[in-house]
Design a binder for this molecule. Structure first.
Ligand SMILES: C[C@H](O)CC(=O)SCCNC(=O)CCNC(=O)[C@H](O)C(C)(C)COP(=O)(O)OP(=O)(O)OC[C@H]1O[C@@H](n2cnc3c(N)ncnc32)[C@H](O)[C@@H]1OP(=O)(O)O
Length: 710
């Protein structure tokens, strides 16, 4: 038996060596530069033992394999050369594993990501557990990086070029069954027999790798120089349209994979390590890494200091609409908690159940979950038109219309039908929680829990405590949201909370620009180019022009005139234009829409009384909208609506899709400089009026040359 700090090698009676990786004192295995010496020692012991018939590499952690290279180590690199050397070291380490004369099998349970998968791919075979915790992927692109230790070269060999490009460019993670279908793992087994299965495979000898099975088109695209040129140029085009050129990593990924395919593995590896080093130094990667650190840190916070959350065993949802159905879905599928939906009629319940069914069916068809998992999750969702089955709900989330009296009635109903500890969480997007709790007998149990649509996709929730909400209610709600797979930020009670507040000013400015005559598609394109997933006008159509019109007066009354929507927008509603749901908005929908490209419904201009005439350039449009968002974010921090710049950054990125490569509004202000932003706002204020007046805190920071982050 050989033991180093993080690895041990144990020889079994059948002469299979089991290498166990278990970094002391850390909850997950990550790869560090310091391991090079340990691996060398291990390999020399292995080579010295002529009896060995095979090897298994397994993790000593209960629920994780390897979560990749240590991101803190990468963050600490000062030069591209330093980061390149780390990539090279990993490449050499994995090369040595691949060169071993005896079969080496990776036994994978839990996350096997980034450098972890690169190590597993250097092994001669892979067995993975069918457990839902087991996921395999190369998520480096999400950190603004590329796989730096052989991943760009080995993955295409195992799963084919097209699949590898898809995985590396998106960072998507595969469950074991999907990985098996793709050719990434050889066997899928229950966790209880993982080691046995891996040993068995090792004793069979090194498997012969057949070329990836491809259909005729696939063969032409992947196995002829002509086809590959088409494949890479298509991928480049798609990447540029998706990233708008804002992210350097995807283009480098394409270059590096192409180098390997055209000039061989060694050239590919050299290009990979060089690009890895360069990417590590980019501001985009630094911003994306900061998101990883922020979200990891937030996972530990209860939202209420030392108060421990109560366990939620059963939940209920009021309202089976799109939001209610989505909330029920994540409660059952992500949190694994039984959830009861109440709607005023059977149809509402049936819609909510169908919603979950179709999402789960898609996951099943993609082999992401098994039939048994699908059925188990569906069984957790039940429906009722009265309050039957509500008495033992630990938390009730209401997702009914934005009507204060109705919501107050719901509070009273829940106090009557549920226990005295049941939490009442309101999914309101604009009403102050204090008002919803105003008539409650137990206001300490009332809280806001604001989800974003579509609930199954949007990662953020705002948890809103009013002054009387108890610490216990806050901690339990935060933990509940986290179990649903959400990133919660705790915000102070106030109209629009944080996300809708900063969004409203941004959308208003887009509306102002539109009313000055800029064409709809130009405004949308400008903000997509800036880095938002969709433009503000498209977003207004999606959310509903009527919804915007309802929220705007509430925000104006509570927060001031800068929130009042341009009066001309009332004409849209008078014309029956509510957006996508009414098939009438800024764009064409339904029968009037032609297939393919989105088209502006030109009649919207005459309704608004404007003649479209482009005058501003893309940067002028985007900066006018974005500075409104930045300025309001600072006001929210100043007023304590958000507790920190970090929460504000996460809220904007996860709730609105603020460009992640900028790190969020506050990191972006740091990058711009508070003084430059103040100057820009003052200039706009002189042209357009007080809605651009800079926030006090921003002015103060500009004067004192301060930053939000060190
Ligand atoms: C050369 C290579 O190609 C380059 C790379 O490999 S870059 C790294 C690629 N890997 C990744 O991006 C994966 C990052 N990690 C994750 O996504 C998630 O942590 C996970 C899905 C693995 C697990 O999530 P979850 O179970 O919620 O646990 P989470 O709280 O995030 O992490 C547990 C601990 O592991 C740490 N951790 C996880 N992955 C890490 C990593 N790659 N580097 C450093 N620390 C990591 C977390 O910081 C946390 O530490 P703590 O307990 O001391 O706070």
């Amino acid at each position: 038996m050989t033991t180093t700090n993080s690895f041990s090698l144990q020889i079994r009676d059948d002469n299979v060596g089991v290498i166990t990786m278990d970094i002391a004192g850390e909850s997950m295995n990550v790869l560090k530069a310091a391991f090079a010496d340990e691996i060398s020692q291990l390999l020399s012991d292995i080579k010295a033992n002529s009896q060995l018939k095979g090897l298994v590499f397994i993790s000593g952690k209960p629920d994780s394999f390897i979560a990749g290279a240590d991101i803190s180590m990468l963050d600490g690199c000062k030069t591209a050369e330093e980061a390149q050397a780390i990539g090279r070291m990993g490449q050499q380490m994995f090369d040595q594993l691949e060169q071993l004369p005896i079969p080496l099998v990776a036994a994978i349970h839990g996350p096997c990501l980034g450098g972890g998968l690169e190590l597993a791919m250097a092994c001669h075979a892979r067995v993975a557990t069918s457990d839902s915790k087991t996921v395999l992927g190369l998520p480096e692109v999400q950190l603004g990086l590329l796989p730096g230790s052989g991943g760009t070269q080995r993955l295409p060999k195992l799963v084919g070029l097209q699949k590898a490009l898809d995985m590396i460019l998106t960072g998507k993670q595969l469950r074991a069954a999907q990985a098996k279908k793709a050719g990434l793992v050889d066997e899928v087994v229950p966790n209880s027999i993982l080691l046995d299965a891996a040993v068995k495979l090792a004793l069979k000898g090194k498997p012969k790798r057949e070329p990836v099975k491809l259909n005729l088109v696939g063969k032409v695209l992947e196995r002829t120089p002509f086809g590959r040129n088409i494949l890479f140029s298509q991928a480049r085009k798609q990447t540029l349209s998706k990233t708008q050129g804002n992210y350097p990593a995807p283009l480098k990924i394409l270059d590096v994979i192409k180098t390997g395919v055209d000039s061989g593995m060694q050239a590919g590896l050299a290009a990979e390590a060089k690009a890895f080093g360069e990417l590590c130094m980019t501001k985009e990667s630094a911003a994306l890494r900061s998101l990883f650190f922020a979200t990891t840190q937030m996972k530990k916070e209860t939202g209420a200091g030392e108060t421990k959350p109560n366990k939620v065993r059963k939940a209920a949802v009021l309202g089976g609409g799109l939001m209610g159905g989505g909330i029920a879905n994540v409660t059952a599928t992500k949190a694994g908690i039984a959830v009861r939906i109440k709607d005023i009629n059977e149809q509402g319940i049936s819609n909510a159940l169908k919603y979950s069914y179709s999402l789960l069916e898609k996951k099943f068809n993609r082999r992401f979950i098994s039939k048994a998992e699908m059925q188990k999750q569906l069984l957790l969702i039940t429906g009722t038109t009265d309050y039957s089955g509500f008495h033992d709900a630990d938390i009730v989330v209401e997702a009914v219309f934005e009507d204060l009296a109705l919501k107050q009635q719901m509070v009273a109903d829940i106090e009557q039908h549920c226990s005295e500890n049941t939490i009442f969480a309101s999914n309101t997007s604009s009403l102050p929680i204090k008002q919803i709790a105003a008539k409650a007998q137990r206001p300490e149990n009332v809280i806001g829990l604001h989800y974003f649509s579509p609930v199954d996709k949007m990662p953020l929730v705002e948890v809103i405590a009013h002054e009387g909400t108890s610490a216990q209610t806050i901690a339990t709600t935060v933990a509940f949201a986290r179990k649903q797979g959400k990133t919660p930020i705790v915000v102070k009670d106030g109209a629009g909370f944080y996300v809708n507040r900063i969004l409203a000013l941004y959308m208003n400015e887009a509306a102002n620009v539109l009313l000055e005559g800029e064409p709809v598609e130009k405004i949308d394109k400008a903000l997509v180019k800036f880095g938002f997933p969709v433009g503000p006008v498209t977003l207004l159509d999606e959310v509903g022009i009527d919804v915007g019109a309802k929220i705007s007066p509430i925000l104006t009354q509570e927060l001031g005139e800068r929130f009042s929507a341009p009066a001309a927008f009332d004409k849209l509603l008078a014309d029956g234009r509510k957006g996508k749901k009414s098939e009438k908005g800024f764009y064409r929908y339904g029968k009037t829409a032609k297939k393919g490209k989105k088209q502006v419904d030109d009649s919207v201009y005459s309704v608004l009384g404007v003649t479209p005439a482009p005058r501003l350039n893309s940067d002028e449009i985007s900066s006018r909208c974005v500075v409104q968002m930045l300025n309001e974010a600072v006001r929210c921090l100043e007023e304590g609506i958000i507790a920190s710049a970090r929460d504000g950054d996460i809220g904007a990125i996860f709730g609105i899709g603020f460009p992640p490569f900028l790190g969020g509004p506050f990191r972006y202000i740091d990058q711009l400089g508070a003084d430059k932003l103040v100057a820009q706002l003052r200039n706009l204020e002189s042209r357009f009026g007080s809605r651009f007046a800079p926030a006090h805190l921003l002015v103060q920071m500009a004067e004192q040359q301060q930053r939000f982050y060190p």
